[in-house]
Design a protein around this ligand. Sequence first.
Ligand SMILES: Cc1cc2nc3c(=O)[nH]c(=O)nc-3n(C[C@H](O)[C@H](O)[C@H](O)COP(=O)(O)OP(=O)(O)OC[C@H]3O[C@@H](n4cnc5c(N)ncnc54)[C@H](O)[C@@H]3O)c2cc1C
Length: 473
Amino acid sequence: MPAARPAHVVVVGGGISGLACAYFLHELSGGAVRLTVLEESPRLGGKLRLGEVGGVTVDLGAESLLARRPEAVELASAVGLGDDIVHPVTTAAALWSRGAMRPLPPGTVMGVPGDLRALAASRVLRPHELARAAADALMPAMPVERDVALGRFVAARMGRAVVDRLVEPLLGGVYAGAADELSLQAVVPTLAGALRRDGHLLAAARAARPADTDGPVFAGIFGGVGRLPSAVVAVAQARVRTGATVRGLTRTEEGWRVVVGSAAAPEAVEADGVVLAVPAPAAARLLADVAPAVAADLGHVEYASVAVVSLAWPTGYFPGAPRGSGFLVPPVERRKVKAVTWSSTKWAWTGAAAGDDLLVLRASVGRHREEADLQRSDADLVKAVVGDLRDATGARGVPVDAIVTRWGGALPQYAVGHLDRVDRIRRGVAAQPRLAVCGAAYDGVGVAACVADAAGAARQVLQALPRGATMGG
Ligand SMILES: Cc1cc2nc3c(=O)[nH]c(=O)nc-3n(C[C@H](O)[C@H](O)[C@H](O)COP(=O)(O)OP(=O)(O)OC[C@H]3O[C@@H](n4cnc5c(N)ncnc54)[C@H](O)[C@@H]3O)c2cc1C
């Protein structure tokens, strides 16, 4: 490749991972790399999207950023949203369990209790279930050397009720996944680390939980986290093409040929480097010929689909203002709703927009392998959610507005062995010249983890480009 020509890097996928990667490619190269982002859908942002319910702007996908790790908040600040970073008014969540709203006990790690007194006070467990959980301290230590399913391990140490009533609802909220399938090491790495040192679960959870002094756990953006994609792309100075499905990837002497467009009218885009920031099934298809072993591993990452039902409900129909940020529902309750966020209580900016007369909330529905629930019509889904909300809160009447957002292939499932699989994928990809992958499929599903992964992918591709090609040529 002649050094005088600026390198061209193509980012496939315009979700937050792809856009953040374009941003880092631009920043780290000092603007010396020519960038193209190719996005299949008509809009950028992937699982970050704004909408409106009852005349109030809401997030239809991700709505909060983890603030305990810096990457997402730092990116938001770097692209000009620093003054709009906000924190939830409250993060006190409840569990709707056995017919009552109970406080989520403090001191848990993904639902695994580290404080028996707080657990007892929450009354989430019955006395015999609590005694069974406490038995962990009396059992022989079980240090975790190899990866295991989080749910099976917790059930063996503390009893099934801890899994059913605490771990499952927490996992349902983050992964929409099942505790008996998800990986201890990938889902709760701090707990896995503590368990390697001490094979007692209660002690490990106590050691792994974040200190109370670490500052706010979550952040948001005034006007919605869905503002982030357009702010990032404005700074990244990439050429962005939406409605551009990437169908093929082949090696050329100089780099890569990316085939984009319809099967009837394919177009070749030549690139020096490529970043695949798409979900695992799409990455598997694109790498099937180039790196079949990597594609096979990617093909094993399963996804859960979910729907978010956003509602605007007259506050007068609610018996008292909802308390806290929302509630989770254990799957053993056999309800349609798995989590509810009182958006206008949690976020001051949403509350101000909704006013005193309207409660804006969102309910999520759908778990891994329960896709049939999502095949119901929008009207049916809203009806089911409204029924659950009435039972949970005593609310009356009906919402004045509702939007159903379906997220097919929403959340990757980090099954047992996920970390080894990701390690193989990363090594296989690194063996290809100037190719990188990033996104929710690998080292964390949250926005902050995606941003961190995007930065790593940008560095990997830039380091592999000839120096002259990234130096303002
Ligand atoms: C309902 C919901 C709520 C969530 N809430 C939160 C939250 O509050 N906080 C949090 O931190 N995380 C949350 N998450 C998780 C987080 O939003 C996602 O994991 C993250 O946004 C994924 O970003 P991504 O860019 O890796 O993938 P995506 O957002 O999936 O982006 C991938 C993009 O690639 C495109 N694409 C796919 N195939 C091709 C192709 N062949 N050619 C071109 N383009 C292609 C897709 O159209 C898509 O736009 C939530 C997720 C969901 C679904």
